[in-house]
Design a protein around this ligand. Sequence first.
Ligand code: GLC
Length: 673
Amino acid sequence: MADIKKYRIGNPIPTDSVVVDMEIMTGKIPFLTINENDKTLSMKLEKTDRVYGLGETVRGMNKRGWTYTSNNSDDPVHTEDKRSLYASQNFILITSVYSSCSLGIYVDTPGKVTFDIGYTKLDELKISFEDLDADLYFIEGKSPLETVSAFRHMIGRSYIPPRWAFGFGQSRWGYKNESDIRRVADEYAKADIPIDMIYMDIDYMERFKDFTVDEEAFPEFPAFVSEMRENGIHLIPIIDAGVKIEEGYDVYEEGVKGDYFCKKENGEKLVAAVWPGQVHFPDFLKDSAREWFGNKYKVLMDQGIDGFWNDMNEPAIFYTEDHLAEVFEKLDDYKGKNLDIWSFFKFKDLVGSIANNDEDYRRFYHEYKGQKIRHDKVHNLYGYNMTKAAGEAFERLCPNKRILMFSRSSYIGMHRYGGVWCGDNQSWWSHLLLNIQQMPALSMCGFLYSGADIGGFGADTTEDLLLRWTAFGIFTPLFRNHSALGTREQEMYQFPSCDIFKNLVELRYALIPYLYSEFMKAVLEEKMLFKPLGFEYLDERSAEVEDQLLLGDSLMLAPVYKQNASGRMVYLPEDMKMVRFRAWNDYDEEVLTQGDHYVKAGLDEVLVFIRKGKVLPLADIERSRNANNNSNVSAAYSGLRSGDVSVTDLKYICYEAAAEDYRLYTDDGISRI
Ligand code: GLC
């Protein structure tokens, strides 16, 4: 059992991320040296220490060698020079193959905090704060997995989605109306590619107003939802954080009447702008506002909706009325002048300062636990509490049924109410690798129902990138292809390799018994779903592998993430059975010995490595299909759905193990547990 100690510095604002009551230790803080003057905590890192964690951030699995700032940011360019993405998950794990202790540190503070992990000095970890107020948890375990499990126990059980959310989902910003969505369903049916979800981006709303549906585009929305449901497809609408300011719009008017919106120092409501134009931000930190906003999801649930994604909840700010006015005023200084290069840069910075400006996050306040608190002090809790609003409402509104929910912005604690997707990535090969590297860190922090936009959100994808990314995406719980308005259309049926995509997605469906079992065991037993190799294999070589990962108890994955590669080097920490899938029922098995191997992997192949003594169960897609043919799914859409995937009569691929060695988890997939 790991040993956990809690210390407090200053007077931290509570985040409710930890669910276990713990005594606060007095006396000197262990491990870290506190420097009150520069508001830092620091410790020496040994040469062989590796530092993991921080959830959704840039760079590799071992976070050493960079500075990461927890400051939830709407930044769609996730290059390795960035310091902040959409999430703040302040848990790190320091481990070394030469030490008998894996130390977990959780820095629980809702404001900006920076982790300099061997950036300024190679051998130093320095955590710096704007205000030196935090609850610090030190978790000492004998192994990385023991430490992570103790941490996960401390922060409470991860969110469980309905089982159908393990199916495939197609999304794109730009599906404007019923016929656009029907076309997606039809094309997937024609290509005979399984699908369970079609996502509805902001286009479904009436002028981007939350909890409205554009009546012209969807004249009979409930009927349309149920038509799709009858065909086995769930429609998953987006909900944005900002509420459009518009007289006569009920959500706006209720928000004003109930005093649910964030206000400035002078008591006026903050006016910001996001997709709908000018908006107010609901004060999700205020109990009454959270309850009110949560209840609004019912508007769509009453029309048959059973899943949502929460977006723009850092919150993203295109501009605030106040800052925009300041910018316009300053622009006069530049008008009509012959700008030298420095003035030009200043001018450019001024215009560039309009969106997501730090100053703007200091302009408004929350009513949090009976106190008025400036937004920047609790910035990282905003998306968390938006999702908590939804999660709490779902428990109230449908206590027996699971609802799909994931969010863009997050903080630890939110993992109890929903998963995350990794935001606006790009159709870059480097972002496929980033996706691979983010998954274990998300698992550490409890965000199990997670994934990235497959194929990439921004920029134009390529057929080979989408194939390789899908070949990895079939293993992530959230398996969604999503892309931005104006980019190349990237639904699988747009490409000549349609048959390969069909094989890949069918393989995903055949893997659902394994994926769902491993997911549920990870949730219920507080384990990681994705792990770096070094968490199981405690040798130096395994510890350095950054582009392979373990999935659940049985599998190692080594995805191909480079363009024009016909294979890759793979390191096997022990003998393993490599299974080369071309389809769920077309594969070869080969035992490879411990060590380095070059393995071929064509664009139409998926490699999985079964660990020694382990088992991979596979569903029989043909039998599942026949079950579906007997069901009431209309012929026009006939296709495989996750609900058809049979969990009996599974096939088992074993490596020095027997089928009975596999612990299959099943439930009805929809009741809350
Ligand atoms: C944000 C989201 C993206 C969505 C877009 C339009 O950029 O991250 O997924 O498509 O907004 O709603």
